[in-house]
Ligand binder design. Structure first.
Ligand SMILES: C[S@@+](CC[C@H](N)C(=O)[O-])C[C@H]1O[C@@H](n2cnc3c(N)ncnc32)[C@H](O)[C@@H]1O
Length: 436
């Protein structure tokens, strides 16, 4: 159809303000402060319509605030006569993170920017409050706190626990590590040439994703050419050493990163991926992702997904599903404290409690007993965690070996990765041979 306006002077374009990553981050921080929602859930809901750059900035600011939350709270403490609205506090915390990030040279610029942004999301009076408070905060944030917990924004009990386990110097290294933005790594699965935006790493098959290629990465992940995964995941798969033609049970499989890794390594055989069923009426996105990931396994690998509680099923259960009743190898990638992956999972430290370690260790031991019963005589069992904590690694292994089921197991090899020595996520992996 002909444009009826043709020949006329074009109407002047009204330039729409571009959605800002800063304002989007303020919204995310506000919700995080108000409702303690999980960071990844909040990010998934990030407003559409942001440019890739603004989306990246929103994520960077939001992550920065969550990572440094207690240090920012400490800098704000006592500066306001009344508790401000959560939105105002969110604005101040973002400004505080930018002050930490930019250092003293950028103080004036950061405060000016924060006040300008505050004008668009708060009242004029609140914007003036932001101006006054951010200046005082800047003074406080330039002084290095005396204690590690405040300096690196971690719960004090956790810093004390690590200091007891690793000593002061190593704890400082772990804290420094956790506060750094994490690189994104991909495991390349395709025979096609590796794209230039994936930089080789010292870990064969793993590449660091260069910034600004999110759309390409998403497409390649959907096609199955790559899987976003930390190089530390190779450790338990290396110990498991899947062989073509075997039947392998991945006993805690969702979302399926390691099931896929096992399938890629064996190329032919059978992988049974088991994980807990979703609560009734509450679809679990992790199980959906497990299903999708299994659908990308090599054609030669026969995959099956099972929703069940590992600790409650017996061999009859598998027989009834026409699945093997015992396996050449079983991987138990157990639920854990995630203390090895805190650089990625930035809000874990705020949820974790001291008593969680004993609770995890108890569950890990019971799952290990259940997993061991499913290994054929002479077969392999690998226990793995993404924890750096001794209670969840050596502690569980010791208790397992001392148990009746464990007396049938021979510890063959183990590896413990620590971020401060290995340069990637922390992980523990233990290989057993089941002797009878
Ligand atoms: C560390 S995650 C597994 C990650 C997975 N291996 C991967 O690489 O993608 C631990 C998993 O154990 C599952 N889980 C916890 N208790 C379980 C149980 N009793 N039976 C089966 N799965 C369980 C959780 O649902 C969670 O998905």
């Amino acid at each position: 159809m002909r444009d009826v306006k043709q020949g006329l002077n074009p109407a002047p374009e009204v330039s729409k303000p571009q959605p800002s990553g800063w304002v989007a981050a303020a919204g995310l921080v506000e919700r995080w402060l108000a409702r303690s929602e999980r960071v990844d859930t909040l990010l998934e809901g990030l407003a559409a319509g942001l440019s890739p750059q603004e989306r990246a900035r929103a994520q960077q600011l939001f992550y920065g605030v969550v990572r440094w939350a207690s240090r920012l709270e400490a800098a704000l403490a006592g500066l306001m006569a009344h508790q401000p609205r959560t939105k105002v506090k969110a604005v101040l915390m973002i400004a505080g993170f930018e002050l930490l990030e930019g250092g003293p040279d950028l103080t004036a610029k950061v405060i000016h920017h924060a006040v300008e942004r505050a004008k668009s999301v708060t009242s004029p009076k609140e914007a003036r409050l932001v101006n006054a408070v951010a200046r005082k905060m800047a003074d406080r944030l330039t002084v290095s706190p005396a204690d590690l917990a405040t300096e690196f924004a971690h719960p004090e009990w956790l810093v004390n626990r690590w200091t007891r386990q690793f000593g002061l110097e190593t704890t400082r290294k772990l804290l420094e590590w956790n506060q750094q933005p994490a690189p994104v790594y991909a495991r390349w699965r395709s025979d096609a040439p590796v794209p230039a935006f994936l930089a080789p790493t010292q870990w064969a098959g793993f590449y660091e994703v260069k910034a600004g290629h999110w759309d390409e990465i998403r497409k390649l992940a959907t096609e199955g050419a790559l899987y976003l995964q930390d190089p530390s995941t190779r450790l338990c798969i290396g110990l498991l050493a899947p062989v073509a033609g075997e039947s392998i049970l991945d006993a805690c499989a969702a979302p399926g990163g390691k099931s896929l890794f096992i399938a890629d390594t064996m190329k032919t055989g059978k992988v049974v991926a088991l994980d807990e069923p979703a609560a009734p009426g509450k679809p679990d996105p992790r199980l959906q992702r497990l299903k999708e990931n299994l659908s990308r396994a090599p054609h030669g690998v026969n995959v099956a997904m099972v929703e069940a509680d590992l600790a409650k099923v017996n061999t009859v259960f598998y027989r009834n599903l026409s699945l093997p009743e015992s396996y050449d190898a079983v991987l138990l990638d157990a639920p854990c404290s995630n203390t090895g992956v805190m650089r990625h999972r930035i809000d874990v430290k705020w949820r974790l409690q001291d008593g969680d370690f004993a609770r995890h260790a108890q569950q890990q031991l019971s799952l290990l007993h259940a997993a061991a019963r499913l290994v054929r005589p002479g077969g392999r069992l690998v226990y793995s965690t993404c924890s750096v904590d001794a209670d969840e690694n050596d502690g569980v292994i010791k208790a397992f070996l001392a148990s009746r089921v464990g007396s049938r197991a021979k510890l063959v090899r183990s590896v413990q990765a620590y971020p401060w020595t290995d340069g990637h996520d922390g992980a523990g992996a233990f290989l057993f041979e089941m002797v009878s």
